[in-house]
Design a protein around this ligand. Structure first.
Ligand SMILES: Cc1ncc(COP(=O)(O)O)c(C=O)c1O
Length: 714
């Protein structure tokens, strides 16, 4: 595979957009003809396969780092993943060094590493893009971005973002009561906004209006008509002027995994007639002046800029018509949706985007301005609620592989065929016939033998040894078929063998939970780049999938990013028993905040990294946050630690009374149980490793003192 992709690099722009599978159907027939010709050619004159030496550029290309990395991620000369929080020309931090430091502080993987300077860089990038677009288009409104804290509510993250955006009066968006309470306390820039989305009760509205009393620009967005009435009632009770926005239910729909957030049947927003009724309610309460904002949100991760443009024009038209009716609206809020190019394909695939952040800002500003000019109404201030685009890059989840499950496959070359069972001999025949041009036929024969073996076993006509032999040979031959297909260019694997590829792949067992740390992958099939953080100067040769430690077959990563579609396997380095760390990138948005405690695996350890010129290494770890302990997650599910210990103690006491345990041993067991409750929820291999190391050093000592020659006789 590397050989094929290498040729492509020199010939084409490595960052050019790529057509995803959905866009490639018409190329398929052509490719099939070419493949047939290639097979015929290869059969006639097999070409020797020359594998060029592995380079760092090969690694960059295999893992698509320059495509999704946005200049924040690269590989250094040692083959380590590095992070450049201020972009490609800024200082670089090797991730493995951060992990090493965290381990010295006693933190184990899984570790979530937050690069706080990336947050700052993203906030600046977004604000600069809108400011530039405003200048370029001679737009007469301002940009007043808000960070939707549901995308990552961690206090340090929100503080960093607000601090970085202070000069642009960057504000906060909240979508629930608890978020409202957090926002009210942290908000300090009187010129920045707090935008309140989500369904609201009296207490939500009252809390927001406390903010109004404090002089904050806090805008309550009505998601439904009844909320307008409630806001009016409570504002009168509290004797305060509310700032009110209406969420407009656009006909334009989003695209991708969150498309149902908008459109006529969306769960949120007011129809045109409801908006007119809302205006009447405000007029009747003499609160017309409170209608300050028009809002829409067509869903997160909108991959196609055309969809965004259409929605913006539709919303701008609503704004203009309402202004013409005399409504005093000052802000047009375009919601979230600014996407992240998780797979780097620059396409309209759900995990990608066919536009840049700057293009997004330009298109929003231009289209709002254009509609307003057509309608001859003032330009509004523009709000965007971009969450994913601000936080996705800043955190990397590091997980450790601690084992691999391989499908053992033997070759017939290793066995004496004449002595083998008839089914084994049939497999020998299939292997002898194996050529690129008859892969399909051989695959059918191979399946037939496996099925026959299974049938015979079920009726008791096959012993375990033959069954085992057939299975080993089956996997061995299947693996060779896949390898053969990969070596010969343009050959097509039979569909059912293609489906088998992930099963032939090794499963790398990693110490983490998909349900806690990568929920969107499990729930929605969202894709995240996965890259080993070391050994990138070595050629990865093992087709792999990743499994977590939950007792759930869904707890795995078996879809990976690819330019043209998705991959079922990822090439990794052969697992040699030494710590092998994988980085799961672009996980800063939604993932760590939405995780659940399936199997009672809790929050993971965290480290927060800051750049600092004064440090020799150029950075420092500002904070380490311990993940959940076992007793913490048990407490979340109503297991009281004292009660647990008391009950185990009672059982130990009973065992002592029955002479099953000695008292000292019983006390030791209770102490161990109590100690265990304080440990973290993920696996910890330190004890096992120390044991191994000790054994190894004992072996070395024994080797040194064991003389090779017998000692001289006295
Ligand atoms: C109302 C609202 N605003 C903003 C966002 C953030 O969207 P994104 O992360 O795509 O920027 C969301 C998320 O779905 C949302 O529901």
């Amino acid at each position: 595979m590397a050989a094929t992709t290498l040729t492509a690099v020199g010939e084409t722009d490595p960052l050019a957009p790529v057509a995803h599978s959905s866009e490639r159907a018409d190329q398929a027939a052509e490719s099939a003809d070419e493949a047939a010709n290639a097979i015929a050619k290869n059969a006639a004159e097999p070409e020797p396969v020359v594998t060029p030496p592995w380079t760092l550029d090969d690694a960059r290309e295999l893992y698509l780092i320059p495509r999704w990395g946005s200049g924040y991620f690269d590989i250094d000369a040692n083959g380590h993943m590095v992070v450049s929080p201020e972009g490609p020309r800024g200082p670089k931090i090797p991730i493995a060094d951060v992990i090493q430091e965290a381990r010295q502080e006693g933190l184990h993987t899984p570790i979530l590493v937050r690069f706080q300077d990336i947050l700052r860089h993203r906030v600046k990038k977004l604000n600069t893009a809108f400011e530039a677009a405003i200048e370029e288009n001679k737009f007469r409104g301002k940009y007043r971005g808000v960070f939707p804290i549901k995308v990552n509510q961690l206090r340090e993250v929100v503080e960093e973002i607000l601090e970085a955006g202070r000069s642009s009066h960057y504000g906060i968006e909240v979508g629930s009561k608890p978020e409202m309470f957090a926002a009210l306390s942290i908000h300090s820039d009187i010129d920045s906004l707090i935008v309140c989305n989500g369904y609201k009760d009296d207490s939500y509205i009252r809390t927001a209006l406390i903010g109004r009393k404090l002089g904050k620009k806090i805008i309550l967005i009505a998601e439904k008509l009844s909320e307008v009435r409630t806001i009016v009632r409570i504002a009168k009770e509290m004797n305060v002027d509310p700032l009110i926005g209406l969420r407009c239910r656009l006909v334009s729909k989003g695209a991708g995994k969150w498309a149902t957030s908008a459109g006529e049947h969306a769960k949120f927003g007011l129809t045109t007639s409801e908006m007119l009724q809302a205006i009447d309610i405000l007029a009747a309460a003499n609160m017309q002046a409170s209608f300050k904002l028009l809002h829409f949100h067509i869903g997160s991760q909108v991959p196609d800029i055309q969809i965004i443009k259409r929605a913006v024009r539709e919303a701008a038209r609503h704004y203009a018509k309402l202004r013409k009716m005399g409504q005093p609206i000052e802000y047009l809020d375009v919601g979230g949706g600014l996407a992240i190019d998780y797979d780097g394909s620059r396409s309209t695939f759900h995990s990608s985007m066919n536009y840049s952040l700057e293009e997004y800002a330009r298109d929003i500003v231009y289209n709002i301005g254009d509609v307003c000019d057509e309608e001859k109404v003032p330009h509004p201030d523009v709000i965007s609620e971009s969450g994913r685009a601000i936080v996705a890059h800043h955190s990397v989840l590091i997980v450790e592989t601690f084992g691999s499950i391989e499908k053992v496959g033997v070759s017939l070359a290793d066995i004496d065929k004449a002595k083998e069972h008839k089914l084994v001999q049939e497999l020998a025949y299939v292997e002898e016939q194996l050529k690129p041009e008859n892969l399909g036929e051989c695959w059918n024969d191979l399946l037939a033998v496996k099925e026959e073996a299974q049938k015979r076993f079920e009726v008791g006509a096959l012993d375990l040894q033959v069954k085992a032999r057939v299975e080993e040979l089956f996997w061995g031959i299947a693996r060779r078929m896949v390898q053969m297909a990969e070596r010969v260019e343009d050959i097509e694997l039979p569909d059912s063998l293609q489906d088998l590829k992930p099963q032939i792949a090794d499963q790398f067992i990693c110490n983490f939970s998909v349900f806690q740390s990568l929920l969107d992958h499990w729930a929605l099939g969202a894709l995240f780049p996965v890259v080993p953080i070391q050994r990138l100067h070595e050629r990865p040769t093992t087709e792999s999938t990743i499994v977590d430690i939950t007792c759930d077959s869904d707890g795995k990563i078996s879809k990976f990013i690819d330019l043209e579609d998705t991959r079922d396997t990822l090439l990794l380095h052969p697992f040699d028993g030494k710590p092998y760390y994988l980085g799961i990138f672009l996980t800063g948005a939604y993932q760590d905040i939405m995780g659940d405690i399936h199997n009672l695996f809790g929050r993971v350890n965290e480290v927060h990294v800051f750049l600092d010129d004064d440090e020799e290494c150029g950075y420092y770890v500002e904070e380490t946050i311990q993940g959940n302990s076992i007793r913490e997650v048990l407490a979340m599910t109503q297991w009281d630690t004292h009660d647990l210990v008391a009950k185990v103690k009672a059982q130990v006491d009973a065992a002592i009374k029955q002479d099953k345990l000695k008292p000292t041993e019983g006390m030791r067991l209770i102490a161990e149980y109590e100690r265990g409750l304080k440990e973290q929820t993920y696996l910890n291999f330190d004890a096992a490793r120390m044991n191994e190391q000790q054994k190894a050093s004992e072996r070395n000592v024994a080797d040194v003192i064991r003389p090779s020659d017998p000692p001289p006789k006295p």
